[in-house]
Design a protein around this ligand. Structure first.
Ligand code: DAH
Length: 338
């Protein structure tokens, strides 16, 4: 026994205490080192035969050995006792927590949330309406003539004589106007349904975001300014846009808004069919007949409305090839949006 072997034993002790994980292990440790016949005491015996000049240093080292052994034992003992109290009643509070995977927003929800935030910042409130509608809200009040082809069985899912699945979010305009007086500045996001052949480009259900502003002296210039601001915030500040004349029964005049293709920046690509432009929405000034249907006086108020499809835009934005992928709930797709 010499100084070196005492210090080596201290290191061995430290390594060995790491392997102790049960009360039984700890008892083995105690029997090996801490009892009268144990290693520590044995080494103390060696002090008697050591050379006198070595004794002071050796004695100091041996004391350190004894203290270390006792300290390691005490620490481990209280550690094991804590585990035991914690696991009473079957709950082990020392087990590390399980990681819960963090969910993600569906790309459509994400796109709608982003759009909603932009309009909210411009003073629009959000309104929702039912997905099951009737002919009055979905067509009649929106100035669709009784024989308009959009009412055809091929487009509309009828539930019975009077109920149908809304084919657009425009009926929410009617509900908002019948529920309150101007001024109105609302956006109306939601699901819509059409009985179309399902393909990579179209699905029987999709999403729209509707907008409506009604007040005295609302002009087409305000409509343009609002939509241009939206387009620059959502698609990027260097996006270009054009308003083309169009027709909708519930607006007069009507227009469609195209933006410069954000994939090729207007140069022409497969997605914009080489035109450099993408159609993103329909809009116009609210038709006087619509105001009459909801009991507003078209001589007193004017307004604008717009409606855009979300799904195709989201497909382009996120580079998804097939609209059906949005509704398969395949986590391999959804996980890419964390
Ligand atoms: N409802 C129309 C559609 O589904 C979109 C639309 C066009 C809404 C013009 C509007 C609008 O509010 O002013 O195709």
């Amino acid at each position: 026994m010499n100084l070196k072997s005492v210090y080596e034993t201290i290191e061995t002790l430290k390594a060995e205490i790491q392997t102790v994980s049960t009360k039984e292990d700890l008892e083995q440790f105690r029997l090996k080192y801490l009892v009268r016949k144990g290693i520590v005491q044995q080494m103390f015996e060696g002090l008697k035969t050591a050379a006198p000049e070595e004794r002071p240093l050796l004695g100091k080292a041996l004391n350190e050995l004894r203290q270390t052994a006792q300290r390691l034992f005490d620490e481990k003992k209280s550690q094991l006792e804590q585990v035991q109290t914690a696991s009473k009643g079957g709950i082990d509070l020392t087990i590390p927590g399980r990681r819960r995977p963090i969910g993600t927003k569906h790309p459509i929800t994400q796109a709608l949330d982003d759009m909603t935030d932009i309009f909210k910042a411009m003073g629009f409130a959000v309104a929702l309406g039912p997905e099951i509608e009737d002919d009055f809200h979905n067509f009649e009040a929106l100035n669709f003539p009784p024989d308009h082809p959009a009412r055809d069985m091929q487009d509309t899912f009828f539930l019975d004589e009077t109920a149908l699945l809304r084919t657009h979010t425009s009926p929410v305009q009617i509900r908002v106007m019948m529920n309150q007086k101007p001024p109105i500045r609302h956006i109306m996001p939601g699901r819509v349904y059409r009985n179309e052949a399902i393909s990579a480009r179209s699905y029987c259900m999709f999403h729209q975001l509707e907008g409506l502003a009604v007040d005295e002296n609302i002009t087409f210039a305000e409509l343009k300014g609002t939509l241009a601001t939206f387009a620059k915030k959502f698609f990027g500040s260097n996006v270009r846009y054009v308003f083309r004349p169009s027709f909708f029964p519930f607006t007069e005049p009507s227009a469609e808004m195209d933006i410069s293709c954000f994939l090729c920046n207007g140069k022409g690509c497969r997605v914009c069919k080489q035109s450099g432009w993408l159609e993103i929405l329909g809009c116009g000034m609210v038709d006087p007949n619509v105001f009459k249907a909801v009991g507003y006086d078209p001589e007193e108020v004017t307004g604008y409305a717009f409606g855009m499809g979300i799904d195709r835009t989201a497909l382009l934005l996120y580079g998804i090839d097939d609209i059906r992928m949005l509704y398969e709930n395949d986590t391999r797709l959804l996980n890419q949006f964390t």
